[in-house]
Design a protein around this ligand. Sequence first.
Ligand code: HPA
Length: 272
Amino acid sequence: MMYEQIQETANWLKTKMPSHPTTAIILGTGLGRLAEEISVTMSIDYKDIPHFPISTVEGHTGRLIFGKLGDKDILAMQGRFHYYEGYSMQEVTFPIRVMYELGIKTLFVSNASGGTNPDFSIGDMMVLTDHINYFPEHPLHGPNFPTGPRFPDMHATYDKELIQLADEIAKEKGIKLQHGVYLGTQGPTFETPAEYRMFRIFGADAVGMSTVPEVIVAHHCNIRVFGISIITDLGVEGKILEVSHEEVQKAANAVQPVMADLMREMIKRSAL
Ligand code: HPA
């Protein structure tokens, strides 16, 4: 039973963890640089953690890090589990349930995405104000977990105060920040022009292959969520070019220093 596995994993980690962080970060595409700024007190490969799935995609390492960012204790996931890799939604969101058991109260998530908003440029950072769940399987499918209600409200999934804080910091530092709706799709294909058009009509500003499952589960656990995306390519009519994983990585890498700057400051100033 999954609930027992979560307990076992959490209990195993509790006997080893050197600190009790309330802030967690999923270091997705774009936050690799931030990882380098963490003073690591303990790092465990996913493969050594009981019941943890193992990350397989190139450019994504798989380890759980306990450490400090500035003077703040944090828990960081370096590498996440994508649905397109073949994991079930239960596996994709397993680490979030473990985080909850460990006492995490705030979650920062980053990703790379294709912009469908015609006002966006490659290299823009977009704060997630909302999302559209376009995955074929729901992460809360099945018996309800006692961490939240059977029918969770989703009207304010992305924490308004954290969005405001991001805007304040961006203003101070002269960082350009977009706001928008992230649509999460299963991948692994990038979109056809017709699909980008459809997602734009749906109300998406950006499309990607992650984040939504983890955010839904975090929200169900009453964890505050802040999400940010790097626009690495454009799904806008007339601007659509061939996309590859390498180009996505390259565009994301270029933005890393600014992203790290913003996130470091956010984690420093977000109370709890
Ligand atoms: N579509 C889906 N996922 C992505 C994209 C995209 O255009 N860019 C980066 N991740």
